[in-house]
Design a protein around this ligand. Structure first.
Ligand code: URA
Length: 190
């Protein structure tokens, strides 16, 4: 399906019942940010706070993400866009199943077609394996830029994983610094 604008896409997505997550959600968590951003971030799926507030990454992991963004001059409301692989909360914060990801991914594709980002950062394994490659290993491949079509993809640690395992924080910071350098190289204004 082709959508002409974001509002139409958002409206259609808010009624989605393509998978069973639609029956347990409070809100569809569509995305947040600048709809013509050059840099997009994609997480896994909404947690409890996101489900209640209808915005991605608003819990503890989101606060950590905001800190990393701030270090390199990015801000969720002004110069990036943030979305997830699935737009409805998997109950109990389990990983989204592959059938749920497949049911939802077309919404993200439509969003990406309208936003036309130059760089997509995958936050964590689920997003990286869905968008970059099935066998993506965050610990081995984080921070690498991989061109697919017109878009450069990079996978890094999920902020919730960094909260569980702070020893990866310096590597995550290097990935964000690499992102800033790449943006500069591509003349992306931050
Ligand atoms: N984790 C995610 O992957 N996405 C969110 O929106 C919140 C937590």
């Amino acid at each position: 399906m082709k959508y002409e604008d974001f509002e139409q896409l958002k409206e259609e997505c808010s009624k989605c019942n393509k998978c069973s997550l639609g029956s347990t959600r409070t809100n569809v968590v569509f995305g947040v940010g600048n709809e013509s951003a050059d840099i997009m971030f994609v997480g896994e799926g909404p947690g409890e706070n996101e489900d209640l507030q209808g915005e991605p990454f608003v819990g503890k992991a989101g606060q950590l993400l905001d800190k990393y963004l701030q270090v390199i001059g990015l801000d969720r409301k002004s110069n990036i866009y943030i979305a997830n692989i699935v737009k409805c909360r998997p109950p109990g914060n389990r990983d989204p199943e592959s059938g749920e990801q497949d049911a939802c991914i077309e919404w993200l594709r439509c969003q990406t077609r309208l936003i036309k980002p130059k760089i997509i950062v995958c936050l964590g394994r689920i997003a990286a394996q869905k968008l970059i490659s099935e066998d993506f290993r965050v610990t081995r491949q984080h921070g690498e830029f991989i061109k697919k079509g017109n878009i450069l993809f990079m996978g890094t640690f999920h902020p919730a994983a960094l909260l569980r395992n702070p020893s990866n924080k310096p590597d995550a910071l290097s990935d964000f610094q690499a992102l800033r350098d790449k943006a500069e190289e591509l003349n992306i204004k931050i």
